[in-house]
Design a protein around this ligand. Structure first.
Ligand SMILES: Cc1ncc(COP(=O)(O)O)c(C=O)c1O
Length: 396
């Protein structure tokens, strides 16, 4: 074992007894390079983060030029500085007019915490509905709305008055009542293994929320920033939420998140008490500059327009393999389902050995995750699919 690996096991907090433990020294475009110089295709984008690939020159340039001007000035919300203001304005330009006010955070979990806080304070109610097999983050509030009782019971007591319903089940929406603050839901359920609900479901959800005065929070932390082939996942289903959360792909590789809403709902944290939500690093100038560059690059490089045809190529090349049980996909958010975790794991291990990084999902270990950088080109897709198909044929 290398010296670095030993230090990793000794001094870095471990999140599992069997980390991937690849020793990565460099990353560029869709590739990662380990300490021996071996090249890997990153087909999961650091879990839907590197939508522009690694070290996109526009993001690097934004980070470099902003860090020469200033980095941290003051806690979020006190000083007026250009990167933060321009990013918030840019987000309001590309979102529906009701989502005009942004609060910038450091991560997705923090964005979810903020969303829950403004929703509860605005409505005065306490019950929150979320979906089974949903992941919304690891802080205590975000964990409370997670959809896995077995997992979260280990950290109890959590927030009270949380109900989990089945994603996509119209009947379950009846649980939403005039006691419900909000439903927090993803436009595509990511960690359940790319689960897609019907249009009828979204229509019924919207109707039920309108009838009961319940807010809709869309967690777009994985689906946002082009992952589903639209800038935001909700554009696929035609519902505008009351609150949206972003993170992951927003910073082009830099840590930043956001919860976004209307002026009215956001003002819940402005008074009674004042400073109702405080963050030291939220909206950090360097991260905000990176995020601005990231949004502009997605648009300039026409990555949204290309996402569907690239995803179609993945679909064509993989779903012809009859050993695959199911292929689920919306834009560049894809899952390949096999009979069991054991089969999936063996295939994933071979892929990694052959230089293609994939993964399974937190709440669906029979399915392989494919969430490549949106910049991947068709030749690279063909190469990746050849390796995946060979691995499938070797295992099954
Ligand atoms: C849908 C969703 N929400 C929230 C989060 C939490 O984001 P973070 O890890 O940045 O706290 C994640 C992270 O995987 C996620 O996938």
């Amino acid at each position: 074992m290398s010296n670095f690996k030993q230090l990793f096991y000794a001094h870095c907090g471990q999140t599992s007894p069997f980390p991937l433990a690849l020793e990565i020294e460099k990353a560029e475009g869709i590739y990662l390079y380990d300490s021996s110089g071996k090249r890997y295709m990153d087909l999961i984008s650091g879990i839907s983060v590197s939508n522009l690939g690694h070290c996109h020159p526009n993001v690097v340039e934004a980070v470099q030029s902003q860090s020469e001007k200033f980095m941290h000035l003051m806690v979020y919300g006190e000083y007026v500085h250009q990167p933060q203001v321009m990013l918030s304005k840019r987000l309001s330009d590309i979102l529906p007019s009701s989502l005009s006010v942004t609060y910038l955070t450091n991560s997705g979990s923090e964005a979810v915490e903020g969303a829950i806080k403004i929703a509860r304070k605005h409505s005065g109610r306490s019950q929150i509905v979320s979906c089974k097999n949903a992941y919304h983050g690891s802080t205590m509030g975000a964990l409370s709305v997670m959809g896995d009782l077995d997992y979260k019971k280990n950290f109890a007591p959590l927030l009270p008055d949380i109900i989990n319903i089945e994603f996509g089940n119209i009947e379950d929406l009846k649980i939403i009542s005039d006691k419900t603050v909000a439903i927090i839901i993803e436009p595509v359920q990511a960690e359940a293994g790319v689960q897609i609900a019907s249009f009828e479901y979204w229509e019924a959800l919207k109707e039920r929320c309108e009838a009961t005065g319940t807010l809709i929070i869309f967690d777009e932390i994985q689906t946002g920033l082009g992952r589903t082939g639209k800038m935001f996942g909700f554009e696929n289903i035609g519902i505008v939420p009351d609150i949206i959360t972003l993170a992951k792909g927003l910073g082009g590789g830099m840590p930043i998140g956001a919860f976004i809403s209307s002026p009215e709902i956001m003002s819940s944290i402005t008074t009674k008490p004042i400073l109702g939500h405080i963050s030291t690093f939220g909206g950090n100038a360097v991260c905000s500059s990176a995020a601005l560059a990231c949004i502009d690059t997605i648009i300039e490089e026409k990555l949204l327009e290309e996402a569907e045809s690239k995803a179609q190529l993945f679909k064509d090349l993989l779903s012809e393999n009859k050993k695959i049980k199911e292929f689920r996909q919306l834009g560049m958010m894809m899952a390949i389902e096999f009979e069991s975790f054991e089969i999936n794991k063996k295939i994933i291990d071979i892929c990694i050995e052959k230089g293609v990084i994939t993964d399974w999902f937190l709440f669906n270990d029979k399915s392989m995750r494919l969430a490549p950088p949106l910049i991947i080109n068709k030749e690279q897709i063909k190469e990746a699919c050849k390796i995946i198909n060979n691995a499938i044929n070797e295992v099954i």
